[in-house]
Design a binder for this molecule. Structure first.
Ligand code: NAD
Length: 248
């Protein structure tokens, strides 16, 4: 029970890595607000959790993550209901694969909007609450492509380089308020994002991974549990790779 008594918000908590984080946090004693883009998917995720554990302390919301007012309103609701806001996991994200020659500026902007601007907005709303209560933990979701780049869809790696920048800089700025800021950088992980890739590409990617398999959402969620917990009390400004030592 590494997160007993802690209160967490997880964006993009309805499926994939975010859903695994929500479940691991609950298993470790946290109370969780899971956020999604639509009420329907949020309700479905809540129902799945409640079927496994009817007593799980979990709620769901669907604010527009690019709207500071809506985000602040939800975070305040969570704090008022559960008494604090100790952990924020910025996990919602979209990928891109467009060729640079055909890449539309508006599509580039869409990726930056969710993957970067929403991280800024959510981190700011959470940090204001955390500062007042004497501390907290902000965790971002980066990617292995934030280290190597990727040969298409430049908006995606660009957004994750920015996530690393936000993580390292906010760790420096918010340390004085006892707010730790870290990121997890997953490699190829078995979620809808990867299911959308051509089978041939997944095979090719797996062949280059020293651990010989793609990651499971739970592999990534375990890293979030560690970084959210007091086990990581002196860890801040880190980008923790969870990628089987992949180098693509
Ligand atoms: P996924 O597509 O399975 O889930 C994405 C989540 O983000 C969903 O819960 C969805 O509701 C939410 N979301 C999408 N658009 C949204 C919007 N406009 N507003 C609010 N929420 C929105 O993705 P995943 O594979 O679980 O990825 C989660 C995170 O991990 C992302 O930040 C992604 O970049 C990162 N990541 C994934 C992989 C991978 O291989 N799967 C690798 C590296 C990094």
């Amino acid at each position: 029970m590494l997160l007993q008594g802690k209160v967490a918000v997880v964006t993009g908590g309805t499926r994939g890595i975010g859903f695994a984080v929500v479940k691991k946090f609950l298993e470790n004693g946290a109370k969780v607000a899971l956020l999604g883009s639509r009420q329907e998917t949020v309700d479905k995720a809540l129902q799945k959790i409640k079927e496994e554990d009817a007593n799980a302390e979990v709620v769901g919301y669907w604010p527009n993550l690019m709207n500071a007012g809506e985000v602040e309103e939800v975070f305040t609701k969570v704090k008022d209901m559960y008494g604090s806001l100790d952990i924020l996991v910025n996990n919602a994200g979209v990928s891109a694969r467009d060729s640079f020659y055909e890449y539309k500026p508006e599509d580039f902007e869409k990726v930056i909007d969710l993957n970067v601007n929403s991280v800024f907005i959510c981190a700011q709303a959470a940090a204001k609450i955390m500062k007042e209560q004497g501390g907290g933990v902000i965790l971002n979701t980066s990617s292995m492509v934030s280290i190597y780049g990727q040969p298409a869809g430049v908006g995606y790696p660009a957004s994750k380089f920015a996530v690393n920048g936000l993580t390292k800089s906010l760790a420096r700025e918010l340390g004085k308020d006892q707010i730790r800021v870290n990121a997890v950088a997953p490699g190829v992980t078995r979620t809808d994002m990867v299911a959308a890739l051509p089978e041939e590409m997944v095979k090719r990617l797996t062949a280059t991974i020293p651990l010989g398999r793609v990651g499971e959402p739970e592999d990534v969620a375990n890293a979030f549990v560690f970084l959210a917990s007091d086990m990581a009390s002196y860890v801040t400004g880190e980008i923790l790779s969870v990628d089987g030592a992949a180098m693509t």
